[in-house]
Design a protein around this ligand. Structure first.
Ligand code: SF4
Ligand code: SF4
Length: 342
């Protein structure tokens, strides 16, 4: 049964949700973007797509330009469009904070997005019943759906809705709010909300950051410890270590995690528990792929379903032996695509 897939992760969002989103200063030299050209004609679907393109709106969850996503959703005849207003990994809370402080703008942006792609329904996806109650107190009109707390909740919710016959697609909370800003105020997407957390950060928080500022600027503004050994951006499950802190913040930098110790990747032999297979939302058996990939010449017939992998790393998180199963499946998918089995 698909709903039993995924893993339960210990959530550590409370510290960063305790306070309001803090706007960081804009460094001198980063010019304010010009207002968008006034809209011509009425605001139909094409007009909304054009506004999303002119405002350079990028979906914070997948890094895709919003106007392209809207066009694709129309082609796919998406029935229900969901604003993704939850963060499925343990540290990040930027989507939740954005929803709590911009509920009306997100609802308005979601309605615009639904009109642009022809979706019949639109809903706001939150993680828990508690979060739903928080949002209902802010705006009783919000139409909510609860994704649940098992990682990867986005995929699991989408699968659940698909099994009930709905074609669904997600838009990020920040992208929704940016669409409202573009249409109502003629503003480009200049800012993004980033969670700054980790044991090298005393005061975990969500900050509103000018897109394009260096990561080092954000770390300095948040008084991150000079003892920081590693900085990770993106999801705390699938995020990547940053080697160069002059790298710019983008619309999809949802989280910056600063740690005083580099995580130790100690692994143990596979014990055959199959937790990885039970956790995988795509029906892959990662432990079989892992063993096959350790052979000198992997058999393509034994690398089943690897092309269906979405890179969520749920299998790696579930593995009690600490094996990088997500990496093994990704390598298997590459190998199968290349066809180079000699
Ligand atoms: S990374 Fe791939 S194999 Fe692992 S759980 Fe996710 S979809 Fe399954
Ligand atoms: S979860 Fe880890 S130990 Fe268990 S079967 Fe999968 S690879 Fe082996």
């Amino acid at each position: 049964m698909i709903l039993q897939h995924g893993v339960r992760l210990e959530q550590q969002k409370t510290p960063s949700l305790k306070q309001k989103i803090q706007a960081l200063p804009v460094p001198a030299g980063l010019a304010a973007s010009k207002p968008l050209a006034p809209r011509q004609g009425k605001l139909d679907a094409a007009g909304i797509v054009a506004a999303a393109e002119a405002a350079n709106i990028v979906d914070e969850f997948d890094g895709a330009p919003l106007f392209q996503k809207l066009k694709r959703m129309r082609r796919l005849r998406v029935k229900t469009i969901l604003a993704c207003c939850f963060d499925e990994d343990p540290y990040t809370s930027s989507a939740m904070a954005t929803l709590r402080e911009n509920t009306d703008a997100i609802i308005a942006g979601l309605v615009l997005a639904a009109k642009a792609c022809g979706a019949q329904e639109n809903k706001i996806a939150v993680a828990t019943a508690h979060e739903a109650r928080v949002i209902k107190r802010i705006n009783p009109q919000a139409d909510l759906v609860i994704a649940g707390e098992r990682y990867p909740a986005r995929v699991l919710l989408k699968q659940k809705l698909r099994y009930s016959g709905e074609t669904t697609a997600y838009i990020g909370a920040q992208a929704c709010a940016a669409l409202t800003m573009a249409v109502d105020n003629g503003r480009a997407q200049d800012f993004t909300v980033v969670t700054v957390a980790g044991d090298a950060v005393e005061d975990w928080r969500n900050v509103k950051v000018r897109i394009g500022v260096p990561l080092q600027f954000v770390l300095d503004a948040c008084e991150v410890s000079p003892k920081t050994k590693i900085v990770i951006t993106g999801s705390s499950v699938t995020g990547k270590a940053v080697m160069d802190l002059s790298q710019a913040v983008t619309a999809s930098t949802r989280c910056v995690i600063a740690l005083k110790k580099t995580p130790r990747n100690r692994t143990y032999p596979c014990i055959g528990c199959q937790k990885c297979a039970r956790a995988c939302p795509r029906g892959i058996r990662p432990w079989l792929i892992y063993h096959e990939m350790k052979r000198d010449r992997p058999d393509p017939l034994r690398l089943q379903n690897v092309q269906k992998c979405i890179g969520c790393a749920t299998c790696s998180v579930a593995c009690p032996s600490g094996i990088d199963l997500g990496g093994a499946v990704a390598k298997a998918a590459e190998l199968k695509k290349s066809g180079d089995f000699n």
